[in-house]
Design a protein around this ligand. Structure first.
Ligand code: ADP
Ligand code: MG
Length: 373
């Protein structure tokens, strides 16, 4: 299939309420031309509602929606030039694979000979060449998903919308389809809005991720920026694993319970806040654990910053890595993850042992309770 002419999507002040529930609460979002953008949020956060607004199946209570320069908020779904893939595939069980894929072409009155050619190309694109005569019920879950995808792209739409398309598949197939969908997007170049509640899936596939909660966008950023610089506490906790400690600023320096903390500023919190409160976010793979004697040998004195005394709580072996759950003086917990090499496993401290946690300033991130968004 050939590359489509992609368009940007501009969403302005879009709101949709069901009774007293604000499914969408004044959403502003720009999806760039040809971009793969994922809407990520917990169940009930408004992801499907926003996708249905884009598709035209839900009319918002207010707001504007542009595809390129065209206002489409009042345009009927079939006039929007959009391909859609749903979680449950929504294939026609009584039609064969080729007839399923040809359906959108039939609606658009594409002549039969050209339709047959396009169906063949779509089948090749999703790696199902030769299976056009199969019945839908003779296909595996992954193959059905590809048929749904072929049907969504066969008329070369400018925009592709996908609502949790992989959630019915088992883990291995889901992970390989994530990579495949991303390759397909890169090949066809259409503007893509993808919905998932799976943060790892979102990080794996997307150019940018829009984190949504209770109908509000929390942060729109690249996977790396979301993980490294979350805009608020919700994003810090929703994406990846994190430990959060309440820290305070006095006289231009941050501290936790009297221990000096040297940090990299986060969005909305500066490194030298004159006075204030924020959360110190630590990712487990960036926290190191050592016995006090080892910490001294590494050149650290007790007065140095970014060293927190703790005791070992649970130690959890997880095959590729191990997790040490350390308990700080006030009872709060910080997790540290290590690669489970033979040498590292031999040196893991035991439950109850006193240890020092340390981390680089570049890995210590300040997160506000409520961030921009
Ligand atoms: P998500 O796809 O993120 O799980 P939805 O967009 O489906 O979330 O729903 C967002 C909110 O709107 C939820 O609180 C949901 O219960 C509510 N909602 C969605 N559709 C309807 C509807 N047709 N009638 C009433 N409430 C709805
Ligand atoms: Mg949904």
């Amino acid at each position: 299939m050939s590359r489509t002419s992609a368009v940007p999507i501009t969403i302005r002040q879009v709101a949709k309420a069901y009774g007293r529930v604000a499914a969408l609460d004044c959403v502003d979002l720009d999806v760039r031309s040809g971009e793969f953008l994922t809407l990520l949020g917990p169940s009930g956060s408004g992801k499907t509602t926003l996708l249905m607004v884009l598709a035209g199946f839900i009319r918002p209570d207010q707001g504007s929606l542009l595809f390129g320069n065209q206002e489409v908020v009042r345009l009927a779904p079939h006039k929007r030039d959009i391909g859609m893939v749903f979680q449950n595939y929504a294939l026609f069980p009584h039609l064969d694979v080729a007839a399923n894929i040809a359906y959108p072409l039939k609606l658009r009155k594409v002549p039969a000979a050209e339709a047959a050619q396009r169906v063949e190309r779509a089948l090749e694109t999703v790696r199902l060449a030769g299976l056009g005569r199969r019945r839908v019920h003779e296909l595996s879950g992954g193959q059905r998903q590809r048929v749904a995808l072929a049907r969504a792209i066969v008329f070369e739409p400018r925009i592709l919308l996908m609502d949790e398309p992989l959630s019915a598949l088992d883990k291995q197939l889901r992970e390989s389809m994530q990579i495949e969908l991303r390759h397909l997007h890169d090949e066809l170049g259409m503007t893509t809005v993808y919905v998932t509640h799976d943060q790892r899936e979102a990080l794996t596939m997307s150019d940018r991720v829009a984190v949504i909660a209770s109908g509000r966008l929390m942060q729109v950023d690249t996977p790396r920026a979301l993980y490294d610089r979350p805009a608020n506490r919700f994003v810090a906790e929703f994406i990846g694993e994190s430990s959060l400690l309440p820290v305070q600023a006095a006289a231009g320096a941050w501290s936790w319970q009297g221990h000096g903390i040297e940090i990299t500023p986060g969005p909305g919190v500066s490194a030298s806040a004159p006075a204030g409160k924020a959360w110190l976010m630590l990712r487990p793979e960036r926290v190191r654990v050592s016995r006090p004697a080892e910490a001294l040998a590494q050149g650290g004195g007790p007065a140095q910053t970014n060293r927190l005394p703790a005791r070992v709580g649970d130690v959890i072996y997880q095959g590729d890595t191990f997790l040490v759950q350390a308990v700080l003086e006030d009872g709060s917990r910080v997790s540290a993850r290590g690669i489970a090499s033979a040498g590292a496993l031999e040196r893991i401290p035991q439950r109850g042992e006193p240890v020092t946690l340390h981390f680089d300033a570049g890995d210590a991130v300040l997160v506000p309770e409520e961030g921009p968004g």
